[in-house]
Structures are given as structure tokens and as C-alpha cells.
Ligand binder design. Structure first.
Ligand code: ATP
Ligand code: ZN
Ligand code: MG
Ligand code: MG
Length: 461
């Protein structure tokens, strides 16, 4: 990419989240990810270009030095920070504005700094492999895959119903979504195929912002706009049909839609479980959310557990760094705050706002396992919590392409040994460091989610 020759006509709107806007290149398999600001902050130029540059550099460093080490080189693409001409950024922002979903317009793209993150387009195959080959990409935002067990948890319900399922009630009562999702992350992370199929079925039924499907880099299913979801399963099946049944053969007596969605579910499940050594399965977690609909008994008997090196297992291991729960972390955060009030100069030596380098990773790894009352312990646990939070908010990208003959696509995992064969690559994106300052908010949000859940199940019964 030659930054001097940037032309907004080469780029198009690709998607956005709460923190960033993404544009993709029309020919090359590349995206640019820009930060977003609230309209107010933008008006008052609350962040200087240097601060935005630092913010983007922190994201790169966190991916490169922290998350890559914890999740594996093969899954994480940290990208690089790029400085773009302001003229290009302004034109691009004007160009994509009409494409943006209504519900996201409370924030605007950063056009003041010129800084962005350049990443491979994970919804497509790399340039040298992608030509003339159809690609399918399934993006899943899995959220937290375990139930807390910390002795700091004060509400029993948190030990029985997972955070995602409880949060659904608040999202409905606050009007964020119209319908509740039946998806339960504990099913997806169970490693039990039956439960994983169920999780994917529920994601297809009500995708919210947890499932998106792209064909040749274009969004064909999942929400672009909270209010206006594309969730027609018949339309999806039409799109996927040539992909999974290239010869047009129909399984006798099985409706087309059902056959296609079953195939999709199977292939995604295999990709999520792949790259672990065969037979090497971690100790099964018995977590089962009470709201999930498969019989608990059936799951206890089932041979659950994730292959050791599969993407779900990697993500879960990092999420499990949150072993105290926010209720245990909040008092430690306050301990750090008290210390910093007295010794403000230690904020940088403690790496509260980065840099996210090897020594930050070392702090995570060397944190004492028991509270000795020290501020070092408190900082270590707070860092661990923030890293776990990043792993609870990431997305998994499963990119699939049919393969011809015996060719090998790299980096790749073999998805389906029988015909038609797919090669897929699995990546993890959106691994931004979560701000230290957001811990008090996390604490109050947790209280709110639990009390809202208790209230809403009481009023239901
Ligand atoms: P969130 O609100 O989930 O924190 P965010 O604002 O941090 O989101 P991202 O999740 O990084 O933003 O990006 C928004 C969307 O853009 C993603 O859900 C994904 O669909 C798309 N996207 C981001 N990075 C890439 C990439 N490297 N390749 C392809 N698509 C991408
Ligand atoms: Zn659940
Ligand atoms: Mg995201
Ligand atoms: Mg994010």
C-alpha cells in the first residue's frame, strides 16, 4: 500500500463495531480500521493526533506482544499502524457515511489524526490464493464461555446462569434488541458437537451482533443495523447452496434449506475444533447454563471437552484469566487507585496504560497466585482481568474455500476430508486492550445485569 497514492474510490464500507469503522479494498485483500469518536469529542477535538497514534500503536503492540503469545501466532494478525493523507481520510469518510447503519451514527470516524490500522481482509482469502475462488467467511463473536467460580461472587445466580444469557434480559428491557437470543456461549465452548450445533442454530435464528456471514467479502447474513437485520434463512440457503452442493445433488427427502444449514453448521463446528492434535482433549468443563435448552443430564454424560489447541480452547484459556470475577477485581482496582493517588509517577512503571510489550506479558505471568496485600498483586490481577476481557469481546473468523484436487492452502486447516472439500483458515480479530478506567463501569454493569435478570425472571414466573 502506497500511502501517497491513496484513492477513496478503491475502498468501500465494510463494517463497524462500537470502537471502530472498517473499510475494505476493492481489489486487494486488505482492510483499514479507523477509530471512532463520539460526536461531542470530535467537535471539541478531545484527542490530539499524537494520542490517536499512541492508541493505535497500543492496539498493535497488544496484539503483537500479548495476545499473539497467549492465543497463538497462527490465529492473531496484529496489523500495522499507518499514517494516511488527511485529504484521503476526509473523502473516504464522506463516501462511506451513507452506508453506515442508522444505529451507529452516534459516533463518527476519526478524520483528524490520519492514523489507521492496516490488516489483512479476513473475510477473503489472501491475494495470491483468492483469485476466481469463492470464499465464505463466518464471523462469530462468542462472548464469555465459562461460569464464574470465584469466592468473591455474591449472587448465586451468577454461578448458574452465564453472563451472556443474563445480559440478554437487560438488552431487551433497554431496547437494544427486540428479540432475545437463545444462543448460549457455554454450548459453543462445550466441545460437545450436539451442544455446538445447538449454539450455531441459535446464532442463525437470532444473530444480533454475534454472527455475520460474508460471501466473497460481502456481508450476506447478520446484522449491519440493529433495527434492520438481514436474517432470512431462506436467502442464506440460496447463497450457500452452490458452495456446499456444487454438483446440485440433493439429499433425498431432505429440504434444501435444512441440508445447507446443516452442512454449514457441521463445517463451522469442525473448523472451531480443528488444529488441535487428534485425541488430545482438555479436561472437560462441566459448565452448563441453566437457561440453555439441552438436558443437563445428557451433557454430563456426553464426551465434552475441547481439543487442546483449537481456537475455542485458546480463547477460553485467556478468558479464564478472569478468575476473581469483577466482584473480586473491583476492590483490587481500588487498591491500585489508592496507591496511584499517593505515587502518581508509578502509573507508567506499572504499565497501567501500556506499553504492551514483553514486560507487560511478564507481569501477567508472574502475578502471585495469592493475595499478599501488595499493590503488585493488585496490578497483576487487574492486568489479567483486562486481558481476559479482550478475549471475551473478540471475534472468530472462519474462512472457507472449496479446494480443487490435492492442492494445499496455507495457512490452513483441513476442514472436511470427504467431498466436497474445504480448506479453511481460522483467525481471531478485535483484540483491543480494554481500558483500565472501564473497571468501575464493569462493576456497576455487572450489578445491573444481575438485578435486572433476577427481576425479569421473577416477573415472568
Ligand atoms: P466491537 O464493538 O465488537 O468491539 P470494534 O469496534 O472493536 O467492534 P471490530 O470488531 O474490530 O470493531 O470491527 C468491526 C467489524 O469489521 C468486525 O465485526 C468485522 O466484521 C469487520 N472486520 C474487522 N477487522 C476485519 C478484518 N481484518 N478483516 C475483515 N473484516 C474485519
Ligand atoms: Zn448461557
Ligand atoms: Mg468487534
Ligand atoms: Mg472491539
Amino acid at each position: 500500500m502506497e500511502v501517497e497514492k491513496m484513492d477513496e474510490n478503491d475502498w468501500k464500507y465494510h463494517g463497524e463495531g462500537n470502537k471502530s469503522i472498517v473499510v475494505s479494498h476493492a481489489q486487494h485483500s486488505q482492510v483499514l480500521r479507523f477509530l471512532k469518536h463520539s460526536v461531542e469529542d470530535h467537535k471539541h477535538r478531545c484527542q490530539t493526533p499524537e494520542q490517536t497514534q499512541q492508541h493505535i500503536q497500543n492496539i498493535v503492540d497488544f496484539g503483537k506482544h500479548v495476545m499473539r503469545s497467549l492465543l497463538g501466532d497462527n490465529f492473531v494478525h496484529h496489523g500495522k499502524a499507518v499514517k494516511l493523507p488527511l485529504d484521503f481520510v476526509n473523502q473516504l469518510s464522506l463516501k462511506i457515511e451513507p452506508e453506515r447503519p442508522e444505529s451507529r451514527t452516534d459516533k463518527v470516524m476519526d478524520t483528524l489524526s490520519g492514523w489507521a490500522l492496516c490488516l489483512p481482509n479476513l473475510t477473503q482469502l489472501p491475494d495470491h490464493l483468492g483469485e476466481h475462488r469463492p470464499a465464505l467467511c463466518i464471523e462469530i463473536k462468542p462472548k464469555c464461555g465459562f461460569l464464574p467460580w470465584s469466592r468473591h461472587v455474591t449472587k448465586d445466580v451468577k454461578l448458574k446462569v452465564c453472563r451472556f444469557c443474563m445480559h440478554q434480559h437487560l438488552k431487551i428491557s433497554s431496547g437494544k434488541w427486540k428479540r432475545r437470543s437463545q444462543y448460549c456461549p457455554l454450548d459453543l465452548f462445550s466441545g460437545n458437537k450436539q451442544r455446538m450445533f445447538l449454539a450455531i442454530k441459535h446464532l442463525l435464528e437470532e444473530s444480533q451482533n454475534n454472527l455475520k456471514i460474508f460471501k466473497n467479502g460481502e456481508l450476506i447474513f447478520g446484522c449491519k443495523d440493529d433495527a434492520n437485520q438481514k436474517r432470512d434463512l431462506n436467502e442464506l440457503a440460496q447463497h450457500l447452496w452452490p458452495f456446499f452442493f456444487p454438483t446440485g445433488t440433493l439429499i433425498h427427502g431432505c429440504p434444501r434449506r435444512k441440508a445447507v444449514l446443516h452442512k454449514l453448521t457441521q463445517v463451522v463446528t469442525m473448523a472451531l475444533l480443528s488444529s488441535g492434535e487428534p485425541g488430545n482433549v482438555t479436561e472437560p468443563r462441566r459448565d452448563h447454563c441453566h437457561t440453555s435448552s439441552l438436558l443437563q443430564d445428557c451433557c454430563r454424560k456426553a464426551n465434552s471437552g475441547l481439543p487442546k489447541d483449537c481456537v475455542l480452547s485458546k480463547i477460553l484459556q485467556v478468558q479464564l484469566l478472569d478468575d476473581l470475577d469483577i466482584e473480586g477485581i473491583y476492590p483490587l482496582y481500588k487498591r491500585v487507585e489508592r496507591h496511584l493517588a499517593e505515587y502518581p509517577e508509578e502509573r507508567s512503571t506499572m504499565q497501567v496504560d501500556g506499553p504492551y510489550n514483553e514486560s507487560f506479558l511478564e507481569r501477567l505471568r508472574c502475578c502471585p497466585s495469592n493475595d499478599n496485600g501488595s499493590v503488585e498483586y493488585a496490578v497483576g490481577k487487574v492486568h489479567q482481568y483486562r486481558v481476559a476481557m479482550a478475549a471475551k469481546d473478540c471475534s472468530i473468523m472462519v474462512t472457507l474455500a472449496p479446494c480443487e484436487g490435492d492442492e494445499i492452502l496455507r495457512p490452513a486447516v483441513e476442514i472436511q476430508p470427504s467431498k466436497p472439500r474445504f480448506r479453511g483458515s481460522v483467525s481471531i480479530l478485535d483484540l483491543d486492550p480494554k481500558p483500565y478506567e472501564s473497571i468501575p463501569h464493569q462493576y456497576t454493569l455487572d450489578l445491573q445485569i444481575v438485578s435486572n435478570y433476577i427481576q425479569s425472571v421473577q416477573s415472568d414466573s
